[in-house]
Every structure is written in structure tokens, then in C-alpha cells.
Design a protein. Structure first.
Length: 415
């Protein structure tokens, strides 16, 4: 069920990027205004996802997820009915508001069903829906835009989200908080009743202080910020970049912009999750080591994306970049959950997402402005510096902070 919801979560984000050329013509928009459509989503998401995390540690996560899905699906439908830029900008921001409340509660529930032996792989499988959502929506939105106008894609995906919300209301069961981290964990989690266990007793302020005093948490969040800036730029501008090369329809540009990148990421995330889970019992550093490798190996291919001499070279660069980006993604929150308490997972997820989306939210506008001076390709290639910085910070985390913080958390759980 979460795979389907996360598919729609990212599909509803991606469709606007695939119809940028149509929006630019019909609404007479500049590249900066198009960038703002992406940035408004990111910034509102970033501001509200910490709230979503706090609530996810205190109230029913099922109710949060169903309500969020309904909200972003309805704003997606409404986006297909607008006639001007201002209202579309507002609705994209409201879509970000709805989507902000899904991920912290969803990952918290997944972690309560899966312990150390299966957690990264389970989260990786969940993550694959992101890649499918981006590819399918990017291609379908381009096709629908050419055949029926850009509004049709918003209507199709929005209505699908409303139907999915009805399914979750009927079938989703919420497990006991922290069940997979206790003795007999996995059996208890699967057999848990639908009502959540008691909320954590520590205050929001106390949990925030604990997170901010944990160096490895800050390092993981910092690496995520660097990765987010570059990745949001690629997702936002790649359809327009390929369409601008000439020789591609909107549907073809939407497909090529997403397929190779997301196919590579699909393979990388499953491989990274399985690898980290396999060695998690032997080394507490298995998860951040996998992430560091993914970040640093991405750098040359991200640079290549901006300087490729042909469409074929660009597609190869996108595919290989996707593999290593997926390897990083595979342990994005599995690493975080190694160093935070179970009752604080949704809060920690919300804060980390907030930081990443605040930074990532600037990239559509920044790259849009730079593209008007240096061209879209060189501007995208320059974001490889962000992956390099993120990878170096992850190496520092491995050398200095992650292992002591992980050991303290395991000792606390054993008491």
C-alpha cells in the first residue's frame, strides 16, 4: 500500500516538470517562474515536514497518511483547472503541504515492522516506487499534454490519489511503536493491533535537543542537503533540457529524462539495501559506508550530464548516475534510525527532510537563473560539487561520529 502511495506522491510532483514547455507557452512564463513552481513545493514541504514528524510520534500515523493523501490529491486535481500563474503557484505549494505529512509517518511504520536484518531492504523496496512514479508520470504527463492538454495529467493522477486514500482507510494497519526493536520484534510487529501504542513521554523540545546534540544526525542531514540540491535540479530541469536539444516530443523528453536515471536508481537502491543489511550485524558502519560510496561515485557522472556531447552520452550518464544515487538512497533513513530512538524516528525524519528540502528548494530557481546566463547543461553539471561535498561529509561522519552514536543507541535499547 505504501508503495502505491509513494508512487503517487512523486508522480504528483513530477507531472508539472514534464509540461514546462506547454506551461511556458500558454501562461507566458519565464524560466525563473517555472523554477518557482518547483521551489514553492519544496519550501512549503520543508517548513511543514518537521510538524509532520512531531505529529507522527504522538498521534495516529494512519490518520496522518490518509489525510495527507487526500489533501495533495485534491490540490493536484485543482491544479489542472487553473487559468493563471499565481493560482497554480499557490496550488503547487499546497500540494507540498499535503505531501509533507506522508513520509515521516510511513517510514516510522515500516521501521516498526522491520528490524536490523530487513529494515534497509524494506525501505529500499518502498523507495523504488519513487523511481517508478517519476518515470511513469514524466512519460504519461508528456503524452497527455500533447494529446489532451497539460491539464489532463493533473486530473488523472489526482483522481487516482483519492481512490488510493479510500483503500488505505479500509486496509492499513498500524503496528506497535518500536516493536521491531524489542525481543520477538518482527512477530510482534506483524501481529500488532491497528491502534498505535502510547506516544513518547519526552517533550518536543527535549527530543529536538537530543537530535541536535547527536553529531552523526547533523552529518547525515548535511549530506542529504548537498545531495538534495543537485537531485532536485536534475528532476526539475531534465525534461526541459532534453526537449531543448531538439528532435524529441514532450512525451519522449519526459521518458528519457526519467527512465535511465530512475532505472539505475531502482537497481542501485535494492543492491545498496541488501548489501548494507547483510553486513549490518558485522559492522555498525555498513550503512554510512554504502551511502558514502554512492555519493562519491556519482560525482563524475553528474558532471558528465551537463557536458555530454550527444543524447546517447547524456542517457548513459543519467543511468550510471542513477545507480549510485540509488545506492545512497538505500540507507537514507536506515542510517538515521541507527542513531535515534524509536519514539523519535518520525521527528528525526521530519527534521532531516526539512533541511534537505529547504536547500533543495532553492535549486530550481538558482539553476533557472544560471541557465539564462551559462546554459542549462553547464548549470546542471556544476551541481556535481554538491555531491562531492556531501560525500566528504559522510566520510567525516564515518571516521568521527557514527559508530559512537550508534553504540550509545544500542546500549540504551538493551536496557
Amino acid at each position: 500500500m505504501f508503495w502505491l502511495v509513494y508512487f503517487l506522491n512523486h508522480a504528483d510532483r513530477q507531472i508539472v516538470f514534464s509540461v514546462f514547455p506547454l506551461l511556458k507557452t500558454e501562461l507566458n512564463l519565464s524560466n525563473t517562474q517555472l523554477g518557482l513552481l518547483g521551489s514553492s513545493f519544496q519550501w512549503v514541504y520543508a517548513c511543514l515536514v518537521p510538524v509532520a514528524g512531531f505529529l507522527g510520534d504522538f498521534v495516529s500515523r494512519k490518520r496522518i497518511i490518509v489525510s495527507a493523501l487526500l489533501l495533495w490529491s485534491l490540490t493536484t486535481v485543482s491544479s489542472g483547472l487553473v487559468t493563471g500563474f499565481a493560482l497554480l503557484l499557490l496550488l503547487r505549494a499546497l500540494t507540498g503541504a499535503g505531501e509533507a505529512f506522508y513520509y515521516p509517518s510511513a517510514t516510522s511504520i515500516i521501521a516498526d515492522y522491520h528490524g536490523e536484518k530487513t529494515r534497509a531492504l524494506a525501505m529500499s523496496i518502498h523507495q523504488t516506487s519513487l523511481y517508478f512514479g517519476v518515470v511513469v508520470s514524466g512519460t504519461l504527463a508528456g503524452y497527455l499534454g500533447e494529446q489532451f492538454g497539460w491539464r489532463s495529467a493533473f486530473l488523472v493522477f489526482g483522481v487516482a490519489g483519492v481512490a488510493a486514500a479510500a483503500m488505505l482507510m479500509r486496509f492499513l494497519r498500524e503496528p506497535q511503536r518500536g516493536g521491531a526493536d524489542s525481543s520477538g520484534a518482527q512477530t510482534e510487529a506483524r501481529d500488532a493491533k491497528s491502534e498505535p501504542s502510547a506516544a513518547p513521554t519526552s517533550s518536543v523540545l527535549a527530543r529536538l535537543k537530543t537530535l541536535c546534540r547527536t553529531p552523526s544526525v547533523l552529518a547525515l542531514a548535511g549530506s542529504f542537503c548537498g545531495m538534495s540540491f543537485a537531485s532536485v535540479a536534475i528532476v526539475t530541469w531534465m525534461p526541459a533540457y532534453i526537449y531543448g536539444l531538439g528532435g524529441f516530443s514532450l512525451a519522449e523528453a519526459g521518458f528519457h529524462a526519467t527512465f535511465y536515471h530512475q532505472l539505475g536508481a531502482f537497481a542501485g537502491v535494492l543492491a545498496g539495501g541488501a548489501l548494507a543489511d547483510r553486513f549490518a550485524a558485522r559492522s555498525p558502519l555498513s550503512r554510512p559506508l554504502v551511502q558514502a560510496a554512492g555519493l562519491l561515485l556519482s560525482v563524475p557522472f553528474l558532471y558528465w550530464i551537463g557536458s555530454a556531447s550527444s543524447a546517447t552520452a547524456l542517457f548513459v550518464a543519467l543511468g550510471v548516475f542513477g545507480i549510485f544515487r540509488g545506492i545512497y538512497d538505500s540507507n537514507l533513513f536506515a542510517s538515521l534510525f541507527e542513531v535515534v530512538a524509536p519514539e523519535t524516528r518520525a521527528t528525526a525524519t521530519g527534521l532531516m527532510l526539512s533541511m534537505g528540502f529547504l536547500v533543495g528548494g532553492t535549486s530550481p530557481v538558482v539553476i533557472g537563473n544560471l541557465s539564462q546566463q551559462f546554459g542549462l547543461g553547464p548549470s546542471l553539471g556544476a551541481t556535481s560539487v554538491c555531491y562531492l561535498a556531501a560525500g566528504l561529509l559522510m566520510l567525516a561522519n564515518i571516521a568521527l561520529w557514527f559508530q559512537p552514536d550508534s553504540a550509545r543507541m544500542k546500549a540504551a535499547l538493551a536496557r
